[in-house]
Design a protein around this ligand. Structure first.
Ligand SMILES: CC(C)(COP(=O)(O)OP(=O)(O)OC[C@H]1O[C@@H](n2cnc3c(N)ncnc32)[C@H](O)[C@@H]1OP(=O)(O)O)[C@@H](O)C(=O)NCCC(=O)NCCS
Length: 161
């Protein structure tokens, strides 16, 4: 599997995931114009995870922040529950710490998304806070808790052995 920058031709694939009814409780959706802005911005990366075709995507933001932090803003695979989450996430962290030289990677996740949180925690991410009933999900008609999670560069390096 490889990670590569998304091209405009990939935006339909990305939106096919961010608009999936079974994903919308857990992930936000932005239009192609916004995806193009992020793809063109030095402070963001829109990435495709592929192997003979696109299998997933991720968006990093806040690149270049003086703190060295990078936000893993959005990620999804073309099929959930297939056991590929760990490999996908490991590739994303390698990209963040090696290619982007991140000092810290952080993300937020719905507290009702155990499938994702069970990827993040074994990768070393700590839950650093909970924003209660914070993120309104129109598809649910209510706000869900948001878990803030982070991993420091030193922690990631130590886990590499
Ligand atoms: C999050 C995502 C990338 C994880 O990849 P995945 O291939 O589905 O993950 P896996 O199949 O490896 O499963 C991850 C863990 O969740 C568990 N799991 C799978 N389906 C689950 C479910 N419906 N409920 C609870 N746990 C579940 C698995 O058993 C596994 O845990 P384990 O390693 O302790 O056995 C993927 O599910 C996805 O794209 N989801 C939709 C978008 C999304 O939620 N993005 C994250 C936003 S923060």
């Amino acid at each position: 599997m490889t990670l590569r920058p998304a091209a405009p031709e990939d935006f339909a694939f990305i939106r096919s995931l961010t608009t999936r009814p079974d994903y919308t409780p857990f992930i936000g959706d932005d239009d192609e114009a916004r995806l193009a802005e992020w793809a063109a911005s030095p402070a963001a990366r829109v990435l495709i995870w592929e192997n003979g075709g696109a299998k997933g995507f991720a968006i990093f933001r806040e690149i270049g922040d003086p703190s060295g932090r990078v936000e893993l803003f959005r990620l999804a695979l073309d099929r959930a529950g297939g056991g590929r989450g760990d490999a996908f996430f490991a590739d994303l962290l390698r990209f963040a710490f090696r290619d982007l030289n991140a000092a810290r990677v952080w993300l937020d996740a719905s507290g009702e998304n155990p499938r994702a949180i069970r990827i993040y925690a074994p990768a070393g991410f700590r839950r650093e806070g909970v924003l209660r009933a914070h993120w309104h999900r129109p598809c649910l008609g209510r706000a869900v808790d948001l878990h803030l999670m982070g991993l420091m560069r030193g922690e990631w390096l130590a886990a590499q052995g």
